[in-house]
Write a protein of this length. Structure first.
Length: 617
């Protein structure tokens, strides 16, 4: 155990651990060290001759282990490697993603919410918008703002296959009593000022296709994994954890001198108080080749028992009421324009699970923008059925829209057009059409029909600050409890899993068969862990040839008096023997195959402490 880790443990853990963690140096829990003798039985000690020792029972009740931790102490206690492995949260990212989208959509004002063609964006009006730089009007960030704020009222179809259709309607207000915004709203079944791609659909697509395909998030089942290390460092490590990985371009942009990922979730006054039940019991015994000593035994698979679900056993203070996060988010597009699968009857089968056509929408990587927009469109309009004629001559529809009619699948959109000078899109799925419109808008933030951003180079980066995580501090604590409980044994192993490092190399020890029961000699088994003298970082191998206690120095089977199964003890693995009052002579062999004579002296009235004389034969 490293000395810094040992000091941290000694300063944090309770008196029950003082012997197991001996060698820490100084007072382990404040200015005054609690003497070992005040914690239970005094240590095994020689009496008179160097081969005679007292060993005693430790009947003192085992106090709970209480950890009082701030961020720094918690990191010292667990260490970086273990803290990275302990998962405190697996957070549903939907609320956070919704708040991110809202912040981006409003980064240049809220004019998109009004019923007018021009949202009159001004990115200098908000802190986020000002990060777009002096050339914000031609920035990919503004293009993304326009895309998120696209409504039937403000959709700019310049440069798209719907440009002619929209011009016919808009340039004939005296002939037609409706605007193209009315046509678009009616066709989509939404209000003129509602986003064409709703926030909920985008959250679903981003969570599944963008965030959910990152290896770290995919491993967590689509949840946002937060380790203890992440939490203690205010989520700063997430910029690396959720950065580029394999083929995925990354969810977050790695930190640099201009930006630091962080959260205010754990404030400066953060404190965590944990109460655990110790499963360690201190016993005294004899190393026949060296003398008296003591060791800790674990009465369960784990040295500590936690109950993180109990507010009395885990209390957390200093959490922000409304936790927020600073982060930089970026989304990439595919290199080259991604066309819809159009016209051909096979395109009616085009789907995420069965793509049709080369380079079409569903052949894009899930985390690419074109695929995300199409996924959100499919989520929103996958069952859309609609039909309307907007210009009619007798029984002929000169210009109209049909979605999912005439035996076509829901969402399949076709345009009636009998005007020779007007061009309309070939039939395709509605979400693929929206994806094409989005791609054109993404490269033309000014909306003048002349792309400002070359294909493949639209990668907006949003330096978001103070975005609400979406959960209150109390809600996060409630989510932490079951997550921590599921890792209770692992945490106990980190804290005290190497309790055996300071155990003496005992061959046998003296303890009660059960609480308040009769004291018995116990010969060690492989479960009684001791450090290897040649390498104290390793557990000593168990090499006893004839474990147990005998009445003859030849250790014959007939002279064996110890048994693994004795009345009053639930233990069935240790060789045990109940010493009678007075003097008893036994023989035993150590793991070096040397035989010893053991002369025990047990008082008539109180067997809490006995004497033993050890002589090598």
């Amino acid at each position: 155990m490293r000395s810094s880790r040992r000091r941290a443990l000694c300063s944090l853990l309770g008196p029950i651990l003082v012997v197991a963690l001996s060698g820490c140096g100084g007072a382990p829990w404040g200015d005054e060290a609690a003497p070992v003798g005040e914690q239970g039985a005094p240590p095994a000690r020689p009496v008179g001759a160097s081969n005679r020792f007292f060993i005693a029972l430790d009947d003192e009740p085992v106090p709970p282990v209480v950890l009082q931790l701030d961020k720094q102490k918690a990191l010292e206690l667990f260490g970086e490697a273990a803290a990275r492995q302990i998962r405190v949260l697996e957070m549903d990212p939907a609320r956070l993603l919704g708040n991110v989208l809202s912040a981006i959509r409003n980064a240049c004002g809220q004019g998109w919410m009004e019923d007018r063609p021009d949202p009159r964006y001004d990115c200098t009006a908000t802190a986020l918008g000002r990060t777009f730089g002096p050339d914000w009007r031609t920035s990919p960030e503004l293009a993304m703002v326009r895309l998120l704020g696209m409504t039937p009222a403000n959709t700019d179809l310049t440069g798209t296959e719907l440009e002619d259709f929209s011009k016919v309607v808009e340039q004939n207000p005296d002939t037609l009593e409706f605007s193209f915004a009315d046509v678009l709203a009616e066709s989509l079944g939404i209000e003129k000022t509602s986003p064409v791609i709703p926030t909920g659909a985008l959250v679903d697509a981003l969570g599944r296709d963008f965030l959910g395909t990152h290896p770290v998030v995919r491993e967590a089942g689509g949840k946002l994994p937060v380790s203890l290390y992440d939490a203690l460092l205010d989520l700063a490590p997430l910029a690396e954890t959720l950065g580029p990985a394999g083929d995925h371009p990354g969810v977050l942009v790695r930190d640099d001198g201009s930006f630091q990922t962080r959260s205010n979730a754990l404030g400066p006054a953060f404190r965590m108080r944990v109460t655990a039940e110790s499963n360690l019991r201190r016993v005294q015994g004899i190393d026949m080749s060296a003398g008296g000593g003591d060791m800790f035994l674990s009465e369960a698979d784990s040295p500590l028992s936690f109950d993180f679900e109990d507010p009395e056993k885990l209390s957390i203070s200093g959490m922000a009421e409304t936790p927020t996060m600073d982060m930089r988010l970026s989304i990439v597009e595919r290199r080259g324009f991604v066309p819809a699968c159009a016209s051909a009857s096979a395109c009616k089968q085009n789907s995420p699970r069965s793509p049709v056509g080369e380079g079409t929408t569903w052949t894009a990587a899930p985390f690419e923008l074109e695929r995300i927009v199409a996924s959100a469109g499919l989520f929103t309009y996958g069952e859309r059925v609609f039909g309307a004629c907007y210009l009619r001559l007798d029984d002929e529809c000169l210009m109209g829209v049909d979605i999912g009619g005439r035996g076509n699948p829901p969402g399949w959109i076709s345009f009636a057009n009998d005007l020779r000078s007007v061009s309309v899109p070939e039939p395709r799925f509605l979400w693929e059409l929206l994806g094409e419109i989005a791609q054109i808008a993404l490269h033309d933030p000014t909306g003048d029909g002349n792309p400002d951003i070359p294909e493949g180079q639209a990668r907006p980066v949003f330096a978001l600050r103070g975005v609400p995580i979406g959960f209150t501090g109390e809600e996060l604590i409630a989510q932490m409890r079951p997550s921590l409980q599921s890792q209770a044994d692992e945490m106990a192993d980190v804290i005290l899993g190497r309790y055996w490092e300071n155990n003496d190399d005992l061959d046998f020890y003296w303890r009660r068969a059960s609480p308040g029961g009769k004291p018995l000699l116990h010969f060690v088994t492989p479960s009684d862990l001791r450090p290897d003298p040649g390498d104290r970082e390793r557990i000593k191998p168990y090499n006893y040839d004839k474990p147990g206690f005998f009445t003859s120095p030849d250790l014959s089977d007939a002279s064996k008096v110890s048994r693994a199964v004795v009345e009053g003890s639930s233990d069935t693995t240790h060789e045990k023997y109940a010493l009678p009052a007075g003097e008893t002579v036994l023989y035993a062999q150590d793991d070096g195959e040397r035989v010893y004579e053991l002369r025990f002296f047990v008082p008539e009235s109180d067997a809490r402490e006995i004497a033993v004389e050890v002589n090598a034969l």
